[in-house]
Every structure is written in C-alpha cells, then in structure tokens.
Design a protein around this ligand. Sequence first.
Ligand code: ATP
Ligand code: MG
Length: 388
Amino acid sequence: MTNTEKCILIRYGELFLKGGNRSFFESLLKKNIRESLKGLDFELSVSQARYYISGYDARCEYEITERLRRVFGIHSISVCYKVQTDLERIAELLRSEFDKEGKFRVTVNRADKRIAQTSMQIAAFIGARLIEAYPSKLRVDLFSYDAEINVDIRENGYTYVFFDKITGAGGLPVGSSGKGLLLLSGGIDSPVAGYMAAKRGMKLDALHFHSFPYTGIQAKEKTAELARLIGRYSPGTRLYFAAFTKIQKAIRDKCPEAYLITIMRRFMMRIANRVAASKQCSAIITGESLGQVASQTVESLTSTNAVAERLVLRPLIGFDKSDIISIAKSIGTYDTSILPFEDCCTVFLPKNPAIRPKLQIVEQLEKAVTDADELIAEVIAGLETADI
Ligand code: ATP
Ligand code: MG
C-alpha cells in the first residue's frame, strides 16, 4: 500500500465555547501552529472545525506531533491515513496498515450523509474484511478491546483512518488573553506559573533580576534556558535581565534586616511595573504560592501587591509544592530549575525575616532608600535582552 497519504489531524477544544470570538481564536491557533512548526515543511488546511497537517517528510512525523503537543488550544492529535471514501479502499488500507493482534473494534463516524450505509453497517463491513484477512490474529469485541480503528468519513470525499488519539495541551491559544510579564527566578515555581498563564492564552515575556557579581553568569544562563523551555509553550517569549545588586545593597544598608525581603519584593514589583508598561504587558505573573515561605504570607503578598500597577496573576496560589514539582517535571523545566546556582534573593537572605510585615511599617521603613527613583531608573536604563 504505497499511494496512501498520511496526515495529522488536529482537534481543538474550548474554542467552541467562545461563540462570537470563534474566528479570532481559530486564526490565532492557526498562526501558533505554524509558528510551532517553524523550520519544517508542511501544509496546513482547515476543514469543518479541524486542522490537517500534510505534505511533510514522513521522518518528521514524530517531531511534528511532539511540537503540536505543546500548542495550547489543541485538544487532541491523531496521525491519520487519508483515503478516498470507498469502503473497499478503506478495507484494503487496513489490511496492509493495521498491524495489531487480539481484540479490536471499528468505530465509524459518518459526517458524509451521501453514503447509504449506516455507521454500524460500515463498521461491520470493515471488521469482517479484516477478520477474513487475519482470522487467527484478530477478533471483534465492541466493549473490551485492545485496539480501536477509527474511521472518520468526512464530507470532502475523503476518509481519515486512525488508531490513536494523542492528548493535546488543552487551554486557549497563546495570545488570546494578551501578554503578561513573568517574573522568572531560577527556581521551580515561576516557570510553572508561566506555563499556566500561557495555558490560559497569555503570551509571555519574562523578567529576571540578577545580583551580579554575587550571582554568576551560570545563573543567567540557567534562567535563559528556563525561558527557552517556557517559550516552547509560548512562542516568541523574550527574556529581560535587570541588574538588582545596587538596589539590594541600598536596602541592606538602610533598612532593618527583617524587612529586606519584603522591601526587595516591592522594588522588584516597581521595576516590573515599568517593564510591563514598556513591553505592552497587561499583567504580571509570579510563582507565589500562599504560605510557601515568609515572603508569601497574606501580609507579605499585601505589601508587594500594594505597589503593583496592574493585575498580578499568581497561578500557583493554591498549589502544594509537590503539585508544582510534578507539573515542572511534566513540562520539562524541573531538571534545569534544580541546578544549584544562587538566586538574587538568596544572596542577601536575612536570618529572621518578618513573616507578617505590616504595610504601613514597610512603607515607612523603605523611605530610608532616599534615591529609590534614581536607582529604579538606572535598572530600567540598563535592562538587557537575553539571547534565548
Ligand atoms: P521560584 O521557585 O519561582 O524561585 P520561590 O518559591 O523560590 O519561587 P520566591 O523566591 O519567594 O519563591 O519568589 C517568589 C516569586 O517571585 C517567584 O516565583 C518569581 O515569580 C519572583 N521572583 C523571585 N526571585 C526572582 C528573580 N530573581 N527574578 C525574577 N523574579 C523573581
Ligand atoms: Mg526563588
């Protein structure tokens, strides 16, 4: 069987819920699919709320499905045989391509109502032909089966035959919720937070604060690698580096040690406000999780939030660390996150941080940094774009 064409069928999920916005979501998803397959030869066509990838080199099939698995908005993917709608041809295709043994069933979806037979009749016909060909290998069992043959008869005169459904990433197409600025540390949590915001349709840019020379070049490289890994889910992600050492030293020299972290966080947020504004990001995303550490109590988050000038999304707020770790592993960021390079926050870590800092006290104490505006302006002026 050589003249059978293969293609990859893409089904999308939640887009259906979006009513009037549907065409906007569809064209965004199409654009993101093209972007994710950049560098490969393929054709993309649309038919009846499905996308089909065809015209690719057979050797790239696995690479294509792997990349598609990271495109948000895709519900499931199937590698299909495409054949003209003709029951004999379909049976012949299966005789040569279906190589499983044991119990199987044929499931027919007949969108093309011009075909006289019912779905059940077609399934029975195909099943019978297969058993005829391999009587000792195959047996039909509609309820308890090892393999399912799906026969999807579409209205375009073609039938798509597939044996598996690969679960897609789900969510909404990246870009449908605008763009957010991810505060990306080198840790486990923030990449997962970025992934979750991207899953709900947010395009990402990332901002990392470093404390050179207290944090080294490797910490930057690690963050760039994390941004690259997240960028596989949110194509076009850019990473910015902000030099935070001078501010940290000013805070250390002028503010009580117990409040260093809280005040540092507020400066990070002020800088993030400025970067978000200049990069058209409508939200700021952090990896904070309620109660995880001293800087993530309700009072600490209140202090940080008080200086935020736009929506702050904290997708991990209710997650246990173990939940976050399993997502990090499944999205491929965990191994990079646990590399042992210092983060800027650990460099100036106080022994006894204030666990419930009062906002009014914090506001009072940070006034000691009298040149705050100049320090922030300097960080913004020195912002670096990373190469990812
Ligand atoms: P993570 O695993 O993401 O580092 P964490 O549990 O270590 O998180 P914190 O260090 O308290 O928590 O940081 C809380 C959040 O603040 C991070 O998830 C991240 O969004 C942001 N953040 C912390 N450090 C940095 C940094 N150096 N650059 C940018 N954002 C940071
Ligand atoms: Mg951290």
